[in-house]
Design a binder for this molecule. Sequence first.
Ligand code: ADP
Ligand code: MG
Length: 319
Amino acid sequence: MNEFELIRHYFTRPVSHTRLGVGDDAAIFSPRQGYELHVSVDMLVAGRHFFPDVDPYKLGHKTLAVNLSDMAAMGATPKWVLLAAALPTVNQDWVADFARGFFALADRYQVDVIGGDTTRGPLTLSVTIIGETPHGCALRRDQAQVGDDIWLSGTVGCAAIGLTYRQQQLSLTPAEQHHALMALEQPEPRVALGQALLSCAHAAIDVSDGLLADLGHILQRSGGLGATLWWDQIPVNPLWQHASWFKPEWALAGGDDYELCFTAPATARQAIVDIAHRVGVPVSRIGQVEAAHTGTVVLDTHGQPMPIERTGFDHFATS
Ligand code: ADP
Ligand code: MG
């Protein structure tokens, strides 16, 4: 099977809101009137972002999910994606499973795959995603205000536990394995929540590098603000919340959770609870934005600041 047969067979599907999709030198599409476009790109490298032997269906899912999550964090509706893939060899079963996982999620979110690039090389996957929001309405990182509540969707720490388990540094029961590996390998992007928050949140980010690090981006981009978080309000899966082996660091600084962290005025509390109920995603109010102090303070159950050694994941960190 040559490159063009591979693209035609595995990566070409009918499109629903695109004038010209895969097959020409470029795709053609138009945004809806009154909307503006969001575009972002993400890269997943084997051995760095995923284990090379991960189930290809799950890898297909995650490759798209992490990009959908970026759109969710902006409150954008994802519409179009391009997929660039470097593959060491063409194993048709592997490619077929990867494509099934990728398109299952694309279909669920009605995202058109409109192009890409395919080459031989060390296993690397890169998706460019394009979404839209009504003009001037996007959720950005730089709009948090002093006094805002800080909210978090879902739970944090599951993916870090999945990673630690995969690294054979932790043993888990079958039920624990299921939750931890689902979070690590098949995260569910919070697209509907992000869109619904357009009406009431001030700032948002998706938690990909660790809660404290990602909240730190909001605080820094919003003019250098501070925050207080309450440890007992940070949502952790009850499966291991009280386990002796559970490390708070997994929840506070573990990467790959793809939950939304957002800030909103106190007047929006009821609206946010209603939205969470409507979209079926739990949310927790975990803290408050404050005028500048030294970054984020996490208070333990006695109101004492917890020692924080690590805030998140940095690919270029030297330690
Ligand atoms: P060109 O030589 O002009 O760069 P390519 O041969 O790379 O074109 O690609 C042919 C067509 O297939 C283009 O429309 C491109 O966007 C699309 N394409 C290539 N690889 C992929 C892929 N992995 N997924 C989806 N579309 C792809
Ligand atoms: Mg090309």
